[in-house]
Design a protein around this ligand. Structure first.
Ligand code: BEZ
Length: 212
């Protein structure tokens, strides 16, 4: 499988999950999507990640985003593991987990990095837009649990910048000032950004977040 790059169409697949058979593109519909891999069932870091994802369901829903987990173990194992996740993380897993025992999705999305581990997947994250294009990829090692607030933050940035000619600066959070993209000419700014702007340098122009 070739590397998946930003702007590529996310490879489609049909798989068995803990919530039935899913065709990825059809299941996404007009939503945004987060596809994220887990090294294996019954592992401690993954248990905390899936518990936290369940607790953040409302945050993903607010952003019109569906989440789909992948782990290269069979469905029967996932179902037993979910009981442990619910018990230990004090939640109810409320999103599908792909049963990827044949490593179909792991291979399609290049989630096994053999020089890291021959059997476990790394912790991949793919954010996919309603156009089915890949908007973000991040790869974490198995030993590092992901920061799900960062994933939500990137979705906020992607959804904002899809609709306005802005980009979001370092450590930006929803509600903070943004930068006007260089393609916008100074003379066009007042009409496009009626809240005003600061011109710190010709290429560094700051404006309040336009959709707040
Ligand atoms: C974990 O999810 O806890 C884990 C999985 C593989 C290696 C190290 C940790």
């Amino acid at each position: 499988m070739a590397t998946i790059r930003l702007g590529d169409i996310a490879p489609d697949f049909t798989v068995e999950t803990t919530e039935g058979i899913i065709n990825f593109h059809e299941w996404l519909g007009n939503s945004w999507g987060v596809l994220f891999s887990h090294p294996a069932d019954f592992t401690p870091v993954c248990t905390t990640e899936l518990g936290l994802t369940a607790k953040l369901k409302d945050e993903f829903t607010k952003r019109n985003t569906k989440v789909l987990a992948v782990s290269v173990d069979p469905l029967s194992s996932h179902k037993e593991w979910i009981k442990d996740i619910n018990e230990t993380q004090n939640t109810v897993v409320n999103f599908p987990i792909i049963s990827d025992a044949d490593k179909k999705v792991a291979t399609l999305y290049d989630m096994i990095h053999p020089n890291s581990s021959e059997t476990f997947t790394v912790r991949s994250v793919f954010i996919i837009g309603p156009d089915k294009k890949v908007k973000l990829t991040i790869t974490y090692p198995a030993s590092t649990g992901r920061n799900f607030l960062e994933i939500l933050r990137v979705i906020d940035s992607l959804q904002l910048t899809a609709n306005y000619s802005v980009a979001t600066p370092a450590n930006w959070k929803d509600g903070e000032e943004v930068v006007i993209v260089p393609a916008v000419k100074d003379e066009d700014i007042p009409a496009k950004f009626p809240k005003g702007y600061k011109r710190i340098k010709p290429y560094l122009r700051i404006t309040p977040q336009p959709n707040k």
